[in-house]
Design a protein around this ligand. Structure first.
Ligand code: FMN
Length: 188
């Protein structure tokens, strides 16, 4: 006797693999001192086992700010200039956006990029933050960040990642990467 559930599961999982391996994913981040870059690399390594099409975009500031300059910028809500605005995000099926937390806010370079890129479709988007403090303290930051991204036609997903960092080393947050990737690659 054949088991219809088993057959369904096999077909479903092989279709899921095929679908996710065809997806074009943009992994965009800003990193002032290397922590968010490290987190992006870690995430990218995991993504590579699901899909070949990951394009990494590191947003480049025009001028590197010191600690207080960066804090002031984040609190004032300004969108500072960046050097690489030209990537067309509309080619992506999924977007991942990563940023450090500055004074309880995302570093605003991501907004500068999105100001220059009008989206012609909704894109399902996963968000990751890096911080010095514990992940529990960044919950509000990630909620506000997601709300702001919706103004740019992005569709932030429920799962997000918060990496607590110390000098380029991830202290906490990697345990949630698989759940994040599964939601990102699922069809809905
Ligand atoms: C201006 C400034 C403000 C920061 N504010 C916070 C904060 O509010 N909460 C926190 O946990 N970490 C804060 N941090 C620490 C950074 O979020 C953390 O070190 C981050 O991983 C840096 O990422 P990067 O190396 O990619 O720039 C702040 C760092 C800077 C420079």
């Amino acid at each position: 006797m054949f088991d219809i559930n088993k057959i369904f599961n096999r077909v479903y999982h092989s279709e899921m693999r095929r679908w996710s391996s065809l997806m074009n994913i943009g992994l965009m981040y800003y990193s002032r001192t290397g922590n968010t870059k490290k987190a992006a690399e870690t995430l990218n390594e995991k993504l590579q086992s699901h899909t070949e099409y990951v394009e990494t975009i590191e947003l480049l500031h025009e001028k590197k700010l010191g600690f207080f300059g960066a804090a002031r910028l984040a609190m004032k809500g300004e969108h500072p200039p960046i050097m690489n605005n030209e990537v067309d995000v509309n080619k992506f099926d999924r977007l991942i956006i990563g940023t450090p937390v500055w004074a309880g806010r995302p570093a605003p370079y991501v907004y500068t990029f999105l100001d220059h890129n009008s989206l012609s479709k909704e894109i399902k988007t996963g968000v990751f933050l890096t911080s010095g403090g514990s992940s529990e303290k960044q919950q509000k930051t990630q909620e506000i960040f997601k709300e702001n991204l919706m103004n740019y036609k992005l569709k932030p997903m429920a799962a997000s990642l918060i990496f607590q960092m110390k000098k380029g080393i991830i202290k906490d947050g990697t345990q949630n990467i698989d759940t994040f990737i599964n939601e990102l690659l699922s069809e809905k």
